[in-house]
Design a protein around this ligand. Structure first.
Ligand code: AMP
Length: 427
């Protein structure tokens, strides 16, 4: 196949390997430990869902629904969409599985790939990874604080907390937001000449998005626009004040950001994002918020909820940029080399017996010569190589070679696993 015809990964999608994969695994280990500690249950939901789930929950005017979804028709003619985020699926599952019957709140976490048709660039991919958490069924500023604390603790475990800034805002409820939106629309009337095209078209349907536009002129307009926190109803204001008290008590620093709107229609009251310390468009490493109206929109009883999504790709980039060291992956200790058909036949059993005894071990069964196998053993820097040829098979022994000293010993086959375990224990 000519090199220009060689099949590539889809645009904006990549293979995670080597250092990236080590960070990836480490992040998952850290979050798993934290969620277990906090009593969250793990949920895995489908990679794709009915399209209407996302249309209803995220909202028609959001960037995700209006231009970023991977939507396809199944053979039965039903429309499905690759999941662009996790909250909608968790809420669908809460209703489908009748989780309101369980003790409340229901606390769930997940991790995995998500898909958005975006313009790929560093830190922005079409397949990206998120770790998410949702608390459903109870509403209290203490719950919001608890979730933010959990997020902050994970960042601390990853040594990222000191390099991030927590941005905090309240989007109010249906009532206070309604009158604020009318005020905002009035403010933006007649200002087309200072607004980007996207904002002009968003003004009618989703005017709050105008506040977080990154266009230079729009930023200036947004700075002097009326602010939602000044227009909160008493109940939302009290909730927000209370949340800040909890955060202060916990020593969690935050910046109040009245322009933080988070782009998805379903948020109410608390919204937050953790921003990386470098400036730039892709500096949000994750965020979340409260969505008290969402379950009703999906056909359930009014049920409060709050959640977050952490961008794993962005956390990896930050950890690499800051050169954060993580525990090294444990390396292989033993290499099994064999020569001749009879010896090869015994090799897999020996390797398997070592694995069963929890020894990290590989073999060179695909290599035709002993020299090629020992070269590989050398490059893996194993401590011992176990060698077998026709003669060893006949005598039912294995040669155990100390790779550092170069010395070797003959050990009976049935004793070799214990012998190796003993050597490793004392090395
Ligand atoms: P969102 O809920 O859209 O704010 O996403 C939460 C986090 O997921 C963001 O702060 C990013 O860290 C990450 N994220 C979202 N979209 C992408 C993407 N296309 N590529 C990489 N990371 C993303």
């Amino acid at each position: 196949m000519a090199s220009q015809d060689r099949i590539q990964s889809p645009k904006g999608m990549r293979d995670l390997m080597d250092d990236d994969a080590c960070y990836f695994e480490y992040i998952y280990d850290v979050v798993r430990k934290r969620f277990n500690q906090c009593g969250f249950k793990h949920i895995e939901f489908p990679i794709f869902e009915e399209t209407r789930l996302f249309e209803r929950s995220i909202g028609d005017t959001s960037d995700i629904v209006s231009k970023e979804m991977y939507t396809f028709e199944s053979k039965s003619g039903k429309s499905f969409t690759l999941r662009p985020e996790g909250t909608a699926s968790v809420c669908r599952s809460y209703l489908q599985k009748n989780m309101s019957q369980l003790p409340q709140p229901v606390e769930l976490w997940y991790m995995g790939p998500f898909f958005r048709y975006e313009r790929p660039q560093k830190g922005r991919y079409r397949q990206f990874y998120q770790v998410g958490a949702e608390i459903l069924g109870e509403s209290s500023p203490a719950i919001d604080a608890q979730l933010i604390l959990l997020y902050a603790n994970i960042l601390r475990d990853l040594e990222l907390l000191d390099h991030t800034e927590l941005q905090l805002n309240s989007l109010g409820c249906k009532d206070c937001r309604g009158s604020y939106i009318s005020e905002l629309k009035r403010y933006y009337e007649g200002k087309d000449r200072s607004m980007c095209e996207d904002c002009i078209s968003r003004r009618e349907k989703n005017p709050m998005r105008l506040l977080d536009c990154k266009d230079e002129d729009c930023i200036i307009l947004a700075e002097i626009a009326p602010k939602l926190p000044d227009n909160l109803c008493e109940c939302c204001n009290d909730f927000h004040v209370e949340l800040k008290k909890y955060l202060d008590e916990l020593g969690i620093k935050y910046t109040e950001n009245p322009s933080l709107v988070r782009g998805l229609d379903y948020y109410s009251k608390t919204v937050f994002e953790f921003w990386g310390s470098h400036k730039g468009a892709q500096n949000a490493i994750g965020g979340g918020g409260r969505y008290d109206g969402l379950l009703e929109i999906l056909g359930g009883e009014p049920t409060p909820g709050i959640g977050f999504g952490m961008g794993v790709d962005r956390m990896i980039l930050e950890m690499e940029r800051l050169d954060i060291s993580i525990p090294k992956r444990e390396k292989v200790d033993i290499f099994v080399a064999s020569l001749g058909d009879a010896a090869k036949l015994k090799t897999l059993t020996l390797i398997n017996n070592l694995h069963e005894a929890d020894v990290r071990c590989v073999g060179g069964v695909g290599k035709p010569t002993m020299k090629a196998q020992l070269k590989l053993a050398d490059s893996l820097r194993v401590k011992y190589a176990l060698l077998m040829g026709e003669l060893e098979v006949k005598d039912n022994v294995v040669l155990v070679k100390d790779m550092e000293r170069g010395s070797q010993e003959k050990v009976p086959m049935e004793e070799v696993v214990d012998f190796v375990l003993d050597k490793l224990k004392n090395s």
